[in-house]
Design a protein around this ligand. Structure first.
Ligand code: IDP
Ligand code: MG
Length: 140
């Protein structure tokens, strides 16, 4: 995947609360182009695989239960400096610490149910995109 791309998911709380529209609008207004998008419900096992890097952390089981509790909307986005700019757009993991106007400050409920995911490196963005999308879907 080119380095001007990143991966995101709108998380279950934000999807079920009806915030996917305003979140996608904020993403597009910030200059990101949507390359791929789908709506999907993960099994707890699939969520566990996606978050495997966190398996030693105390919140892992709860995170996997939460991430498989309802539909999510994974997306691949394109913009210059995509990964870093997207992390800035979503704000800190804990919405209590997220900067004013960021997606998490606007829409997150808690440090766990924090509305949206953003990859933390170009390498992980490519791995995470391939978790949800075929090569053909990423070819755009
Ligand atoms: P990030 O999503 O901002 O990159 P990570 O540290 O990679 O944050 O954690 C992955 C996800 O795990 C977070 O987005 C959040 O949903 C959840 N999480 C992180 N820290 C905690 C915690 O202390 N308690 C509960 N859930 C957490
Ligand atoms: Mg992370």
């Amino acid at each position: 995947m080119p380095t001007n791309r990143t991966f995101t998911m709108i998380k279950p709380d934000a999807v079920s609360d009806g915030f996917s529209g305003p979140i996608i609008q904020q993403i597009e207004e910030a200059g990101f182009k949507i390359i791929a998008l789908k709506k999907i419900k993960l099994s707890p096992e699939e969520a566990g695989k996606f978050y495997e890097v966190h398996k030693e952390r105390p919140f892992y089981q709860s995170l996997c239960d939460y991430m498989s509790s309802n539909d999510i909307i994974p997306m691949v986005l394109e913009k210059e400096n995509a990964m870093e700019d997207f992390r800035t757009l979503i704000g800190a993991t804990n919405p209590a610490n997220a900067a004013e106007g960021t997606i998490r400050q606007r829409f997150a409920k808690s440090i766990e149910a924090n509305a949206i995911h953003g990859s933390d490196s170009d390498e992980n963005a490519a791995i995470e995109a391939a978790f949800f999308f075929s090569e053909k879907e990423l070819k755009n």
